[in-house]
Design a protein around this ligand. Structure first.
Ligand code: ARG
Length: 459
């Protein structure tokens, strides 16, 4: 069987070449976008007087039939179809004859694949935003529940200062908020109609690109046909934003893994998100959290793959670009699933506050509070730091907590010191005092939560 483009060819492709060339087995998932694009295109061609109303109606109704048949799994694509664009047009022509042959007027597969992919990316960004929205709501809910429950705050994985669990979780809320903002910006830059750019240079046929933009729900029309058919920035942007988002997911997943360890026992991940060992009967492993960490590899890999594909490609369209799809689809699928799994896992997780608080009396978490109090009584900060450093050393040597130091101890450390110079050194005292904007005081965490809620409601 001849291909739709085979007029100038003397022989067909070798089987192995046909297999190598075909994208149908992965780009068939663009079928709805492809048909949507074709319907807008033929509608515009009719309005411009390029095809008749009768031709337009026949084509639209057959395209809708094809769409339903593909949806019901009644159409089996073959390697001979090459790609989804050829496949659908081929079926149309088989069914409508000469009328079907009019659809591809003033259009090339180059602008067709560009419009299909942009439509697809726009739809999927909305889906990604939906799951991120769900994750953010779970984070807000958990943060509120634990807004004043104190835990160790770390730097360098060393005990640093006390914070609240809600505060720690709200840090993730901020990361995913920025991700959502980035996805929205990525959506806006994708929201340009490339249809009507044709092969690379536009067309002599009097088309109306603004009309197809309107019909397809694009806010804008691309400016330069050559750029339109060779631009894959919007895919790279989704992959970049997706990589950052996945990096955030991996950070949280890692915390789930160590919080769930016997050493920490801060949480016990719900059974539904763990698996057992084939040999050790007692094991309950945090596999989903580990997989979330591991899945980052493919998201970064996909970005680097497409950047490499696009590198140094000359203008305009090159077949190299067909290599954008598998990695794009994989990024979208992996990202949506990962966000959802993380959200559901967090939703089912309760913090074991009692265990968490057992860790609070090691590591001199209240040392900074003493230094800050010294500042309040007019000791310059660097000197205060030095003095508290000595207090820590003394306490360590004498197996005491800072709050256990007596006037006698303090005098031994430095003649200027006495107990009245120390602030409330309880963990509550330390946390409650951190009311600076963005700080960890429960009142401040509640403000952050309220602001987060307002933001998510408006988005
Ligand atoms: N399957 C192709 C792709 O994904 C469609 C565009 C092909 N255009 C062409 N002139 N061969 O890039």
């Amino acid at each position: 069987m001849a291909n739709l483009w085979s007029g100038r060819f003397e022989k067909g492709m070798d089987k192995i070449v046909e297999d190598f060339n075909a994208s149908i087995f992965f780009d068939k998932r663009l079928y709805e976008c492809d048909i949507e694009g074709s319907i807008a295109h033929i509608t515009m061609l009719c309005e411009q007087g390029i095809v008749t109303a009768d031709e337009k109606s026949k084509i639209i109704s057959e395209l809708n039939n094809i769409k339903e048949e593909v949806k019901r799994g009644e159409i089996e694509f073959s390697v001979h179809d090459e790609d989804i664009h050829m496949a659908i047009e081929g079926i149309l022509i088989k069914r409508l004859g000469d009328t079907g042959k009019k659809l591809h007027t003033a259009r090339s597969r180059n602008d067709q694949v560009a419009v299909d992919t942009r439509l697809y990316v726009k739809k999927e960004i909305k889906n990604i935003l939906d799951v991120l929205n769900y994750l953010e709501n779970v984070l807000l809910e958990k943060s509120e529940k634990y807004y004043d429950k104190i835990m160790v705050g770390f730097t360098h994985m060393q005990h640093a200062q006390p914070v609240t669990i809600g505060f720690h979780l709200m840090a993730y809320f901020q990361m995913f908020k920025r991700d959502m903002e980035r996805f929205i910006q990525c959506f806006d830059r994708t929201d340009y109609n490339p249809l009507g750019s044709c092969a690379l240079a536009g067309t002599t046929i009097p088309i109306d690109r603004y009309r197809t933009a309107e019909l397809l729900g694009f806010k804008n029309v691309t400016e330069n046909a050559m750029d339109s058919v060779s631009d894959r920035d919007y895919i790279l942007e989704l992959m970049s934003v997706g990589s950052i988002c996945m990096m955030h997911i991996s950070r949280m997943a890692e915390e789930f893994v160590y919080w769930n360890s016997q050493e920490f026992s801060y949480i016990s991940i719900d059974d539904g998100f763990c698996t057992g060992s084939s040999i050790m009967p007692q094991k309950k492993n945090p596999d989903m959290a580990e997989l979330l960490r591991g899945k980052v590899g493919r998201i970064y890999g996909n970005l680097i793959q497409l950047l490499t594909v696009m590198k140094a490609t000359p203008l305009a369209y090159n077949k190299d670009f067909q290599e954008d799809k598998e990695s794009l689809f994989d990024t979208i699928d992996t990202l949506k699933n990962s966000i959802l799994i993380l959200a559901k896992m967090l939703e089912k997780t309760e913090f074991i506050v009692e265990n968490i608080q057992k860790h609070l009396n090691s590591g001199f978490l209240n040392a900074t509070d003493i230094a800050e109090n010294f500042v309040k009584i007019n000791i310059p900060f660097r000197e205060a730091h030095e003095l508290v450093g000595k207090m820590v050393k003394y306490s360590e040597n004498n197996h005491k907590q800072l709050e256990e130091l007596t006037d006698e101890d303090l005098q031994k450390i430095d003649m200027r010191l006495n107990k009245a110079m120390l602030p409330d050194l309880s963990m509550e005292g330390c946390v409650n005092g951190r009311v600076s904007y963005g700080g960890t005081a429960p009142s401040e965490v509640q403000r952050q939560i309220n602001k987060g809620k307002e933001w998510i409601e408006k988005i």
